[in-house]
Design a protein around this ligand. Structure first.
Ligand code: NDP
Length: 309
């Protein structure tokens, strides 16, 4: 069995070593631009260069080393008609829960303001926010969104969620589809975006929708940069309608040097680290699924190409 491996960061050796330990019968071939490679049975990649697609003609399945699928589905019909299998949890959900819980608590306990006060040498206790009015609204209640809601429930925040299809989750007010979006937004004090990037969700966080959030709302985007209209967020922050944003993802990554977000103290920037791919967990999961496919069994986490996630 031959597995074609591509890593955008160029760090391949530990992946080859991990695959050798869990699938000793497999030969892992590291893809290199311009170097001929014999046909492979499986591919393991996430955001491949277009030139790699020529080497996918004989694969039985494509495994992604991430939960997001936009970086592969953008190739559309140029992809072979084989299952594309995204990563299941593999340690990502707990990281996302840590990141979002930290950001929500930072706003709720006003640490963002205390940080700014401290820089000016100001000692001034601020009134506590009313928790019953501090509703957290999670867009996308999939693998990651559900875990984030679970973790926030422990702090007693009122919770709501928005998804494509209707859901019933204990302790969460659930909204669905375009018809549920307005009401969802109007009652959300902290908006957390955990949606996949699809044609329907691109630019969803633009002025029209962001303006529906109540005055003093916060925005946390841990999904994809293209969900957010960056100039609109900036305008709403400058006007005071939005009190702050924590952003892990951007239209252009790395976020370019002269971008106005760097100069806005109410925007917290992290470099796309909210839920990192954990190598050993990912390799173990992919190896398990390769074994299942070889035995003719079904596997979880197959991407629905028509739906886009
Ligand atoms: P899932 O596929 O498990 O869940 C997606 C959720 O979004 C579902 O609840 C789905 O609704 C909902 N959804 C999709 N389209 C729409 C729509 N048009 N309107 C309303 N709801 C919609 O995804 P994950 O939870 O695993 O991951 C979510 C995203 O997080 C990934 O696609 C990726 O972009 C991002 N991500 C970011 C990382 C980072 O480090 N910043 C790391 C990992 C992922 P329904 O349940 O009805 O289908």
């Amino acid at each position: 069995m031959r597995i074609l491996l591509h890593r955008a960061d160029g760090v391949t050796e530990p992946w080859v070593r991990d695959f050798a330990s869990v699938l000793p019968q497999a030969e892992v071939v590291v893809w290199q631009e311009g170097v001929h490679c014999a046909p492979c049975d499986y591919a393991v990649l996430w955001s491949p260069p277009a030139a790699l697609l020529d080497h996918l003609a004989k694969v039985k399945a494509i495994f992604l080393t991430g939960a997001g699928v936009d970086a592969i589905l953008k190739f559309g019909d140029a992809l072979p008609p084989v299952p594309i299998i995204r990563l299941g949890d593999a340690g990502m959900a707990v990281q996302m829960a840590e990141y979002v819980a930290h950001a929500v608590l930072r706003y709720y306990r006003r640490f963002d303001e205390y940080e700014r006060q401290a820089r000016r040498g100001v000692w001034a206790p601020l009134p506590q926010f009313d928790k019953s009015q501090f509703t957290v609204g999670v867009m996308g209640m999939g693998m990651l969104g559900k875990r984030v809601l679970d973790s926030l429930a422990q702090f007693g925040f009122p919770l709501r969620g928005w998804s494509r299809g209707h859901k019933e989750i204990a302790g969460v007010a659930c909204f669905a589809g375009e018809e549920g979006l307005d009401e969802f937004l109007r009652g959300t004090r902290v908006l957390v975006c955990m949606l996949p990037l699809t044609p329907d969700t691109t630019n969803l966080l633009a002025r029209a929708n962001l303006s529906k959030l109540p005055e003093g709302a916060f925005v946390i985007n841990v999904a994809r940069g293209a969900h957010l209209a960056e100039p609109d967020l900036l305008t709403l922050i400058k006007s005071g309608h939005i009190a702050g944003a924590t952003l892990d993802v951007f239209r252009n990554e790395p976020l370019p040097g002269p971008h106005p977000f760097w100069d806005e103290p109410r925007i917290t920037i992290t470099p796309h680290i909210s839920a990192l791919t954990l190598r050993s967990e990912s390799v173990a999961q992919i190896a398990g699924k390769i074994g299942a496919l070889e035995r003719g069994e079904q596997v979880a986490d197959v991407v629905d190409r028509a739906r886009g996630y």
